[in-house]
Design a protein around this ligand. Structure first.
Ligand code: SAM
Length: 185
């Protein structure tokens, strides 16, 4: 069990065919394709990345796996996601923070835009909707984003959202931290 498999397990339990999903960090498209497999052809996945390379890699992976019609890949910051969906219309939003695997390790997610994106995403979620934020940290990206996010999530309105911060207590190194935010109490 690791962060990826834990988050994927929860997504498998939560997402239903026909759902509308946002992949906030498309990267190489592995999560985007996984999410398309859960929504099926009747669903819709919006995938964001700020790197042209990530957008191309994700589109290629979608084409190869036959999901091009289900996902839309957008070259834009996830902080702008509210421009692409209606409030209360999204079932699930997934963030996989850090840098593009196999890509430029000096380009990675940052606390200010990630927090702006989480705030935007919370308005887009339907009642009962789920947001999963996997916080990768350490290495080139350091600890600033992790520290800011762990403080920020404590401030999310407890009358509207339930926030779960998951910790791998007996792992060496810098195990990524899965955070689950449910719209509802
Ligand atoms: N989910 C991806 C996959 O399955 O391959 C991996 C995502 S990777 C760990 C993180 C990605 O976030 C990188 O591709 C990076 O370019 C992207 N990113 C960084 N800042 C961003 C932002 N403000 N908006 C959208 N994507 C961003």
């Amino acid at each position: 069990m690791n962060t990826l498999s834990l988050v994927h397990q929860q997504l498998e339990l939560f997402i239903r065919p026909g759902d509308c999903i946002i992949d906030a960090t498309a990267g190489n498209g592995r999560d985007t394709v996984f999410l398309c497999g859960l929504t099926g052809a009747t669903g819709h996945v919006l995938a964001f990345d700020i790197q042209q390379q990530a957008v191309e890699n994700t589109k290629k992976r979608l084409e190869e796996s036959g999901w091009s019609q289900t996902a839309e890949v957008i070259l834009d910051s996830h902080a702008n996601m509210a421009q692409y969906a209606q409030p209360g219309s999204v079932d699930c939003i997934v963030f996989n923070l850090g840098w593009l695997p196999g890509g430029n390790h000096t380009i990675f997610t940052h606390a200010d835009s990630t927090i702006a994106a989480i705030e935007a995403g919370l308005t887009l979620l339907r009642d009962g909707g789920l947001m999963c934020v996997s916080i990768y940290y350490g290495g080139a990206s350091g600890y600033a984003e992790r520290d800011a996010l762990l403080e920020y999530v404590k401030t999310i309105d407890p009358m509207q959202y339930t926030v779960l911060v998951t910790q791998f207590a007996n792992r060496m190194g810098d195990p990524p931290i899965p955070v689950f935010i449910i719209k509802g109490t």
